[in-house]
Write a protein of this length. Structure first.
Length: 267
């Protein structure tokens, strides 16, 4: 079991698999790095790096209040510790706030940015309501209830459901609340023009309330690719992992060229 010590109160769990171009995966609240279990298949082509944010999974909660800048610095220290000078940063849902902040704060450390269900700011009723509901249950110390819902909605197999539930139950309620709150108030919209790297946005074709979140990215950069996964809702990485993994691979192959990637692709 590998851990990186961030400070006297925080130790982050991580594991690395495969060789090649590094890809680091950032999970949303509660479920931990297990949500990317099927992305381990990418280790046949890339160096995949999975870790638990503070207060999640096997990482300690620490003494400091969780914030996006704090999580960004945690990621930098993790990459420093394992000797990764530059990586592709891939995130799911609210984990995308950390990914964007890292790419903006450390452009020299970011090869490319991949966001599944990502947004530069919360500006829709449905997403705002979902995040606030998570905050309410976390405040009421109902992590097992959140874990049960997430396990059912993110599973492919019964084995996934059991594994997701057990791992999600490890989340610290206070840190979950703080992560949700930080994501709710986060905004990178006015800074997106600073991203000079290839960006891949992945959405389920059926999660139509999220589709408008692509627009600020497209307006800010010519190097944004949007990929809709046919028949999918929000839970693309675990439930449609074959399509998601292939989208990542195709994107990273194309990212090595100088051609703009503004076209929409339906998988």
């Amino acid at each position: 079991m590998l851990h990186v010590k961030i400070d006297d109160s925080v130790s982050l769990y991580y594991h690395v698999k495969g060789k090649g171009k590094p890809i680091v995966f950032i999970h949303p609240p509660v479920i931990g790095h297990k949500v990317f279990k099927h992305q381990e298949e990418l280790a046949d082509r890339y160096q995949t790096i999975f870790y638990d944010l503070r207060g999640h999974g096997q990482s300690t909660a620490g003494n400091a209040r969780l914030s996006i800048p704090l999580l960004t610095e945690d990621l930098k220290k993790l990459l420093d510790e394992i000797g990764i000078s530059k990586a592709v940063v891939c995130a799911f849902s609210n984990g995308g706030t950390v990914a964007q902040d890292f790419a903006l704060q450390y452009p020299e450390r970011t090869e490319a940015l991949i966001l599944s269900g990502g947004y530069s700011e919360v500006n829709s009723f449905s997403l705002k309501s979902t995040i606030k509901l998570g905050m309410t249950f976390a405040k009421l110390n109902q992590i097992p209830l959140i874990a049960k819902v997430l396990a059912k909605t993110h599973k492919v197999t019964k084995e996934d459901e059991v594994e997701f539930f057990q791992y999600a139950c490890k989340a610290n309620p206070q840190r979950v609340y703080e992560f949700c709150k930080a994501g709710l108030s986060y905004s990178s919209t006015e800074r997106l023009h600073q991203l000079k790297i290839p960006v891949l946005l992945v959405y389920g074709s059926n999660e139509k309330t999220m589709h408008h979140y692509r627009k600020p990215f497209q307006e800010a950069s010519a190097y944004v690719k949007v990929n809709y996964i046919k028949g999918a809702f929000h839970e693309v990485p675990p439930r449609h992992f074959r399509e998601f993994n292939e989208a990542i691979h195709r994107f990273l192959q194309q990212a090595g060229t100088s051609d703009p990637m503004e076209e929409l692709i339906l998988t």
